[in-house]
Write a protein that binds this ligand. Sequence first.
Ligand code: GTP
Length: 609
Amino acid sequence: FPTERIRNFSIIAHVDHGKSTLADRLLELTGTIKRGHGQPQYLDKLQVERERGITVKAQTATMFHKHHFHGADNNGANEEPSFLLNLIDTPGHVDFSYEVSRSLAACQGALLVVDAAQGVQAQTVANFYLAFESNLAIIPVINKIDQPTADPDRVKAQLKSMFDLDASDALLTSAKTGQGLEHVLPAVIERIPPPPGNSDSPLRMLLLDSYYDEYKGVICHVAVVDGKLRKGDKISSAATGQAYDILDVGIMHPELTSTGVLHTGQVGYVVSGMRSTKEARIGDTLHHSKSIVLPLSGFKPAKHMVFSGLYPADGSDFEALNHAIERLTCNDASVSVARESSTALGLGFRCGFLGLLHMDVFHQRLEQEHGAHVISTIPTVPYIYEYSDGSKVEVQNPATLVSNSKKQVTACWEPTVLATIIIPSEYVGAVITLCSERRGQQLEYSFMDSQRAFMKYRLPLREIVVDFYNELKSITSGYATFDYEDSEYQQSDMVKLDILLNGQPVDAMATIVHNLKAQRIGRELVEKLKKYIDRQMFEITIQAVIGTKVVARETISAMRKNVLAKCYGGDVSRKKKLLEKQKEGKKRMKRVGSIDIPQEAFHELLKSS
Ligand code: GTP
């Protein structure tokens, strides 16, 4: 395929505006997949994605489409020339904006899909700017025009006022009824330029993504920027210098289809005998081993912004959890994993995630796909602490933060984010209150049109990690949309809040909180624990402590728990049943010192801010 007849593009959108549905329709239109193939949303492959209706891992597919430029000379040929279109799918959620930017690096254009009824939302704004900064040709697509509340004119006005996009050339579609879809691919071909690479230059290809396949081993998605790649070539990684033989090469059509060669501008897959996806560094430049090339500018590396400890729920199956985490990280290299041990919970792992949803998805996949039962600790963000001896450390686990007479904390910096919030105007007051409670600083506040307000805030990441989004949704009756990007660190007065049970600190329950909120959060945690820890044979005191100062305290009085007391020595089978139940209940306990703490207590603590 000559490069002039290749187009590489993405579909970007706010969650639920119809990106995956539109992608499926385009694959059907081009005959890449059969119509109504019984598995909706071909590009969303993971089980969690189907359940949650979100795209987690970007997938990519190649399509062929015949197109005749209006008025162009067809050189006397009867056939319309065929174009090769690479649709590079991008995830729609805030946590994965680094995946979005790495997908966009291989594109020259993007379809910006906006729901005709909901209009521009927070992730529309975020994704637009990612595409804009990558210099992509942007084609606005106003989707879901079949809905009774659709108002394409209002959306057009928003596109103009927010992004200065000429909305007269916006496409109007319904991915559901098929209306307007015939204009999409012609627009892709006519408005998006072909990839700019040079076919005579030495091979340079960008590593876009990788996953592990049971039969073939590591499969890498690549974009050939310059030159040509053939099966049997020897290639090297610019990042590691490691050399590999290309065992197979081809396109995703949409399944892996071996072609033996990839030309300049093409997007496809390679199998190269890599042993683990950890060798496949996203954003790496691959080149022929014999040639020396300038590496392509890689894109934003994954940054771990949320950390949490993961421990086996019943203590015994550490190895099973270890195995499950290894299997899962084979396909999600963006999670960092380090072993850690906790006096309360035993051996476990400290995992770093891109964001909260990423963490949730990881937990869910551990349970669903690998049958692992885990206890996770309160999520924390990476703080930088400075000590009196001048040393600075990044604290990813609150339990490891020490401050004693020899080594005193002198300063702390916490990560912040720049948040975009879009809401119907009547909720402005409530949102301002929420953001200031969360220590936010308002940077921008304007109206997109008569009904919608747009706000920009700097917020400490810590404040949005726990339950911010849910609260934002609930105070705005579900109407708010929210997105954020990482920003700088700011100096803050952050202290470590310890939880003590009968005077013993429970390391897995330590958190880092803002000094001004410490008392309130301490109270909340202690009250929750009191609710969830059953009375035991002895008295239990629960304390929240900062340094040596107790900020909250509760006591659970002693009681002998006798589940048979109610049975009056009667029915034996009922007795047995109760005893069984009690045994089961025990399994889900975590014994800390001599105190049994139910798993729910840990889960409930996660929800405290
Ligand atoms: P993420 O994968 O989470 O980013 O969402 P998405 O943008 O891919 O949205 P998706 O394609 O999953 O569509 C969301 C919902 O909108 C689904 O229930 C679709 O059936 C529905 N939908 C998509 N396009 C249309 C449309 O044109 N009209 C109507 N009425 N519904 C649509």
